[in-house]
Design a protein around this ligand. Structure first.
Ligand code: XIL
Length: 351
């Protein structure tokens, strides 16, 4: 299909891909003719612009699918690759929902960020209530990672191998992995992920350390230790759930990105959203835009930051309003898919 050419009514040939993309999106949603998309601006700046993606929304909401496919160059399955969905029973893998997203991404020439292989949340009860001993848990984790990463080998460019291993005080969280295996589970997970897909870039991903502090220091020591031991880790993901917009400090974020880069690791913005309180309108939208712009500008000026992903793109589907009301209005497009000031700010940061 790629490279095949169609002819428009005016007789001009256009790439098939462009026809498909435009066909999916209503004129009001596409970038105005001649205007570059977020994705094109990102390509020009060397930054992949991405969004978390929900399978049911791509299937059921053509406006969602159209805007996503037209504007974004990277997709992170929001829940579909987590254990509870992808590995609901021992020896049973359920790849359907994540495969849908990966197929959509392939069809639209988007990259995929895999999320996530090891986490303390959204685990199936067979795993958390299984009373497994250490060697059983090691075998379970190993076969999960080899299976899932192997299934998507060559299709997922970055994996969040370990997610949120530290609490807010910088201590490793007590969960099935730490309590059952010990702190080595982290190095093991990276090694198995690398074994299953040597081409994928492997990330440690977490929130609430963007601006320094005990948690940032703990993450720094941990990833520095992994590097020193030769564990295959490529980067650190800054989730960037900005739950208190008044607190955002772009200079401190730049400082944290720089020190992780100095370890020889990439950094990425992996789950950004900016939580607004009611009414989520007026000057609040400009403040939100400024925060997106500041974070993206920091990524652009960092020595190694080439990924900028928001946790969804439309306020119609956002975990913020779903799980932390009355907060909401956290994403660049509103719930009717109109661009908010944040879209212009993202464009400006990429120009
Ligand atoms: C969230 C999803 O957005 C929700 O739909 C789900 O109910 C809970 O998980 N950090 C992460 C993400 O790494 O996986 C979380 O996603 C948001 C916080």
């Amino acid at each position: 299909m790629r490279g095949k050419r169609f002819v428009t009514r005016a007789g001009r040939p256009v790439a098939a891909v462009a026809v498909l993309t435009i066909g999916l999106v209503s004129p009001a949603l596409a970038a105005p003719v001649g205007q570059p998309t977020l994705r094109q601006l990102g390509d020009g700046a060397g930054i992949s612009i991405g969004s978390a993606v929900r399978d049911y929304a791509i299937q059921q909401d053509s406006r969602y699918a159209g805007l996503l496919g037209a504007q974004y160059g990277m997709a992170t399955p929001e829940n579909e690759m987590k254990w509870a969905t992808v590995h609901p029973w021992p020896y049973v893998y359920n790849y359907g929902p994540a495969d849908d997203i990966v197929s959509f991404a392939v069809a639209h020439h988007m990259q995929v960020r895999g999320h996530t292989l090891v986490w303390y949340q959204q685990n199936p009860t067979w795993l958390t209530n299984g009373a497994f001993n250490r060697s059983q848990l090691i075998a379970i984790l190993k076969s999960h990672i080899l299976n899932v990463v192997g299934h998507y080998r060559g299709k997922v460019s970055q994996w969040d191998v370990v997610n949120e291993a530290f609490d807010d005080h910088g201590h490793l969280r007590h969960d099935v992995w730490l309590d059952g295996i010990g702190p080595d589970y982290i190095a093991m997970a990276f090694r198995w992920a690398h074994q299953a897909d040597p081409g994928a870039k492997l990330y440690y991903n977490d929130f609430g350390f963007e601006e320094g502090g005990a948690k940032a220091d703990a993450i720094y020591s941990m990833v520095a230790g992994l590097r020193a031991q030769g564990v295959p880790i490529d980067g650190v993901g800054f989730q960037m759930h900005i739950s208190d917009p008044d607190d955002f400090n772009s200079a401190r974020l730049a400082g944290e990105m720089a020190r992780f880069n100095r370890l020889g690791l990439a950094v990425a913005v992996t789950e950004m959203d900016v939580w607004l309180r009611p009414p989520g309108a007026g000057p609040m939208l400009d403040e939100e835009a400024g925060i997106f712009r500041g974070a993206l500008a920091d990524c652009r000026s960092a020595a190694d930051c080439h990924t900028f992903v928001t946790w969804g793109f439309t306020d119609r589907y956002s975990w913020v309003s779903e799980t932390s009301p009355p907060d909401g209005w956290a994403l660049p497009f509103d719930s009717n898919y109109a661009p908010k000031p944040a879209v212009g700010a993202i464009e400006a940061a990429l120009r």
